[in-house]
Design a protein around this ligand. Sequence first.
Ligand SMILES: [Fe+2]
Length: 243
Amino acid sequence: MSDEILALPASLQESAAVEPEMPAPSRLRDHPDWYYLLREFYELYRFLPSGGSEKIRGHQRAVRERISALMQTNAPLRVGACDAKPVTAYLRRALDEGRAEKHAAVIRAIDAVRSGLNWQYGYDKVPRGLSQKFAYAEIAGPNAPIQSEAVILGLVLFAPGCTYPTHAHDGITESYVCLSGAVSENHQGVYAPGSLIFNPPGQYHRITVSDREPSLLAYAWMGAREKLAHQKMVFSRAPRKRV
Ligand SMILES: [Fe+2]
């Protein structure tokens, strides 16, 4: 091979002499599958009925505003470690069941990033039995693939018959959207696909899941930045009501 072929053009010789530049951080638009998933979350929060509740409508609007900002600023994106948990053996069934629903586009978008989801427990101590039947994966948030300090978005997967123990979120407003299967919260209603459950900050809630099918929920957490950054997942006994 001649030297002529090996020789770099003068412009490249100069840059070869300096330190190699660090690659630019990856951004949302570099990963269309994650971009479209975020857009489908936006659409989900746009088309979900609010049942006449101003509070819920306001929450849906606030979630959309945060998502919109992430898309407009082309948020940083980092797909790190991806972990499975025993319950993720039910993911395929949960997705398949969700495909027949109105929000099939969300299901397709989740399927597209499936291999990049990091399923976690999030609790220091996972109650016995729950480790086989529950896990969540964040989509956007301070520690999620799509970097966000203003909203946390994610997915929760429950195996059939799971009971998700009583818990509350300090300073965080939470909504769960049922994508497939059916769940009940605090024995106060049954939420089938397309339903939204709204939990204001500090509200204790316990979820039970149909014993026939797994359930996949999307969720959004809204709150002050420091609350979102330092949220701690703990199960707690609801205080006894004073009569
Ligand atoms: Fe919750």
